[in-house]
Design a protein. Structure first.
Lengths: 222, 234
């Protein structure tokens, strides 16, 4: 019988990470969509960098930033009594790093595709830029943003390198499905590795198909 | 005369360089009722509307509506569009595709009165524009004329102190355009606020028969009765 714990943990971590990445990603995309933003492309590059940097580099940065000897790490431990790194929280942060560029990229593209005249109309009708963002931009960009969130979720579900670096491989805490597969292969449990791999593949395919269906509907809309 | 709500503006603006340069330098004074801004495409009509409602910032000049200074470059005054109370009906109409006709009209209704009262106002405007039957429908199902009426209802429901109409007849045939123009005049005279209608359509401009500002290459060429100005130039 297959051990469901790593799969369920992956789901939990990916769900939390998607929520965090969505709020951050949409907010960042909203800022980038403003008419005058200093360092627009620099911010965009910084968000996108995790897609091309090695997981070890990202993991190392996070350890330096959040480790038990760092300011943030100490502060967190003083308040909550547990370290951020090598805990479920660390796994979530690792997954957020993977998901954020996908959500932010999709949200930026979707927000920039909204007709600026609609935003102009909203403003001349008395809407503040913030109200125009929430009542016009976001609803019109929702399909593209949702597609980005689904991709972010799929990415968060499968993170391996960064999770291993900052969260380790603690059963029930940080041993997600991808880490469990690594374990299974190392200890010669090929059957477990195969089953988990197939399930992960099926999940990824389902999410990709869902996301591309959403993107297609968006073109057919209005 | 002093109590008359007028829309006065001096607008100066320069965009691009050398041969591709567009410059605008106009002084405008619109009284209550219909004012027609007529000129060929590229003469700066839409730029003027954008500057009046605050979506575009001119390099210099001023905009004063009913005694309230909305823009004055020299003093650094630039009231944001949402506080200007100038409604603009875009050439594209810019109806919100994710909202029903009722939702569109309700978007600009000033907050304050209870929801039921605001909803009632929307219904009144939709009825006046003879599109009450569209209340629960979305813009992608509207005909050109229907969309126009909803856009106008939306603009007026925001209780503006001035109304700007960018090429309102471009999506319509002449018959419908005249009909809508006649209806427009009725509401405009009842509202007693400055209405600025932009058109490059000579026939429509003449039919409206209002005070006309003739614009050419970013400058005001003439101001006067439509009949007089447009009969001179075939």
């Amino acid at each position: 019988m297959i051990d469901l714990e790593p799969l369920l943990l992956s789901f939990e971590v990916a769900l939390l990470a998607t929520c965090v990445a969505s709020v951050l990603g949409i907010a960042l995309a909203g800022v980038l969509a403003l008419p005058r933003v200093w360092g627009r492309e620099l911010i965009d590059a910084a968000i996108t960098a995790p897609m091309v940097l090695p997981p070890t580099v990202l993991g190392y940065y996070l350890l330096v930033l959040l480790g038990r000897e760092s300011v943030i790490g100490r502060g967190f431990e003083a308040v909550f009594g547990t370290p951020i790194v090598f805990s479920k929280g660390g796994a979530v942060i690792a997954a957020v790093i993977g998901a954020l560029p996908l959500v932010a990229k999709a949200a930026r593209a979707a927000l920039e595709a909204v007709d600026v005249r609609l935003l102009g109309a909203a403003q001349t009708l008395g809407a503040s830029p913030l109200r125009a963002f929430f009542s016009v931009s976001l609803p019109l960009a929702r399909r593209g943003i949702t597609a980005g969130m689904m991709l972010g979720f799929a990415r968060a579900l499968g993170d391996f390198g960064v999770t291993l670096m900052v969260a380790g491989n603690i059963p029930g805490q940080t041993r997600t499905a991808s880490l469990a597969i690594y374990d299974a292969v190392l200890s010669g449990r090929d059957g477990d590795a195969t089953r988990l791999s197939l399930i992960m593949t099926a999940l990824a395919m389902a999410v990709l198909i869902g996301a591309s269906t959403l993107s297609r509907q968006r073109r057919d809309g209005f | 005369m002093a109590s008359e709500p007028r829309l006065r503006a001096r607008l100066g603006l320069r965009r691009g360089r050398e041969e591709a340069c567009f410059s605008l330098d106009v002084t405008l004074d619109f009284g209550p009722g219909l004012n027609v801004l007529f000129g060929p495409s590229g003469s700066g009509k839409t730029t003027i509307l954008s500057a009046l409602c605050g979506l575009l910032r001119p390099d210099h000049g001023s905009v004063v509506l009913a005694g309230r200074t909305l823009f004055e470059a020299a003093k650094g005054i630039d009231v944001p569009p949402q506080e200007r109370r100038i409604a603009l009906v875009f050439q594209s109409l810019a109806l919100f595709p994710h909202l029903t006709a009722l939702g569109n009209v309700g978007y600009g209704v000033p907050r304050g009165p209870p929801r039921a009262e605001r909803l009632e106002r929307c219904q009144v405007w939709l009825t006046r524009m003879r599109v009450a039957h569209l209340a629960q429908r979305y813009p992608n199902s509207f005909s050109g004329g229907e969309a126009q009426r909803v856009a106008l209802a939306r603009a007026l429901a925001s209780e503006p102190q001035a109304l700007l109409l960018d090429e309102p007849f471009s999506a319509l045939d002449h018959g419908l355009a005249r009909e809508l123009g006649a209806e427009l005049l009725v509401y405009v005279s009842a509202l007693a606020l400055p209405v600025v209608l932009v058109t490059h359509d000579r026939v429509a401009a003449r039919a409206l028969g209002a005070e006309l500002t003739f614009l050419r290459a970013g400058m005001v060429e003439r101001v006067g009765p439509a009949e007089e100005i447009l009969s001179e130039r075939p």
